[in-house]
Design a binder for this molecule. Structure first.
Ligand SMILES: O=C(O)CCC(=O)C(=O)O
Length: 284
């Protein structure tokens, strides 16, 4: 496992790595239940700022207002620079894991409920159309193929549209909903600033918001390096955002994961492009 110097954003006392016992407990929860909750990753001030940004962008949600949030406000750059979170993600999907997307999820009063699903059905290994006859209708459950993270930018309560999770459903072999999933689902009650971290296979969904205030969250799914992300992040990320991500930015945003479009001897794997002497071969 990498030490603190190998993890971006390690610049304050608050960001020290969690102790081994706590880390092991989260690992066990992930393995047995398919999810865990990391509390206090973000401060109340950071959550207030994130909510303000989400609220401002919400009216434009149909035109991507809540997508690519890392490019839109500094606060969202924090979400891949949290050492405890990055450590847990890498424990399950490798040190070269890729950020797949960062987008907002707002549940307004009266919205939500009856929303159970597992992720990766469109762009991941749970895509039904991608299953081979020899798979016999079974998805990959032996290892986590991807991890999703829901940041609670509001407190998550029993009544405000918090996400519910079906414990153990990450090990359910088939793509259809497991029997008794709705009875077994548990609401992820958590203070603001927490992150609900889960295996892409775990069935989950927003519950109904029975309060008078919106519930704010940001989702940041991660993928194994050798699978496809939801966006071509290396082409999406703005240069200044990449710069601020430090030396790990090229890993997290998938520059190193890009397949060569030159012959191998002309390709710089570190930076994901033609070597300087072949710069004339660079595409867009
Ligand atoms: O916002 C939530 O509580 C869940 C959202 C979700 O499950 C999704 O976007 O896949």
């Amino acid at each position: 496992m990498e030490g603190p110097e190998g993890i971006i954003g390690m610049d304050s006392e608050r960001e020290r790595l969690m102790d081994r016992e706590t880390f092991d407990r989260h690992v066990l929860d992930m393995s047995l239940e398919g999810y865990t909750i990391l509390p206090n990753l973000l401060t109340p001030e950071e959550c207030t700022e994130a909510r303000r940004e989400l609220e401002k962008r919400y009216p434009d949600r149909e035109r991507g207002g809540l997508e690519w949030l890392f490019n839109k406000a500094l606060i969202f750059e924090r979400l891949y620079q949290l050492p405890d979170l990055v450590r847990l993600i890498r424990h399950f999907i490798g040190a070269d894991a890729l950020l797949s997307a960062v987008y907002g999820s707002v549940v307004l009063p009266g919205e939500g409920g009856h929303a159970l699903h597992s992720d990766g059905g469109i762009t991941g290994h749970n895509r039904e159309a991608s299953m081979a006859p020899a798979d016999d209708g079974r998805r990959v459950t032996s290892h986590p193929m991807a991890i999703n993270v829901i940041f609670c930018m509001s407190e998550f309560t029993d009544t405000n549209g918090a996400t519910e999770m079906v414990p153990g459903s990450h090990k359910y072999e088939y793509v259809d909903i497991p029997e008794r999933a709705s009875e077994q689902a548990r609401t992820a009650v958590a203070p603001e600033g927490s992150a609900v971290v889960f295996d892409i296979n775990t069935w989950h969904g927003a519950t109904k918001n029975q309060t008078v205030r919106p519930r704010y969250a940001v989702l940041s799914p991660w993928r194994r390096r050798w699978t496809k992300c939801e966006y071509e992040m290396a082409r999406v990320v703005k240069p200044d955002v990449l710069e601020r991500a430090g030396k790990e930015g090229t890993i997290i945003f998938g520059f190193q994961a890009q397949p060569p479009y030159t012959e191998l001897w002309q390709w710089d794997r570190e930076n994901g492009g033609p070597k300087p002497e072949f710069a004339h071969l660079k595409r867009d």
